[in-house]
Ligand binder design. Sequence first.
Ligand SMILES: [Zn+2]
Length: 229
Amino acid sequence: MVRPYGENISHKGGISMYTVDLHNHTVFSYDGSNTPEEIIENAINCGVDVIGITDHQFSIGENLPAYYRYIRHCQLKYADRIRVLCGLEIGTRPAPPESLPRATEMFDYVLFESLDDERAMDFYEFLEWRRLFKCKVGLAHADIFKLGERYGADMLKVMRNNDIFWELNTSGNYIYYYDFLTNEKKQRAVKESGIPVSVGSDTHAVNEYRKKQVRRANELLQKLGIPLP
Ligand SMILES: [Zn+2]
């Protein structure tokens, strides 16, 4: 049976019991080199309990319904071995097509990428976009503390009020991840804000899978008692 991705699966008593990796690319992305099955089987071998596929919306284009059906098919195929979620990574430079919120209604979640980038859409414009989405919405590889400074806003509060989760991106390409691993002040601030945090490997090829980093980030969130989305 495929359970919906609700609150009660991700944490018991506020503490996550699962190892999750909610950011992965397959051949549906221009830069992904593995099939969804290869990504999923690698995750099973690495002890991941919940794997999310999040191909690039701009690569998938008009094939979005086929992509959705394919990931749902994988969800059923692997249901007794791992939880598979259907996600999508949305580019913010430039803004995505207007039809996207409708087209992703049935998805488990979407990730907006790189909102801290100078060329990304304005954060308040993003908040307008966010309201149109019915599925869960997260921020992929964005330094929310840097964003908060740029906008002079308490970004944790803004995210909580707008029901947005944050991603700890373990790919090694983003400095904010290394900072968060050791910065107790930021860890406390996130914990106190109550916003959910996911772990995302941002994998584009299984032979580069950073299993240790994924595990370590999950363990940190569990230790801090930070909920999953
Ligand atoms: Zn990505």
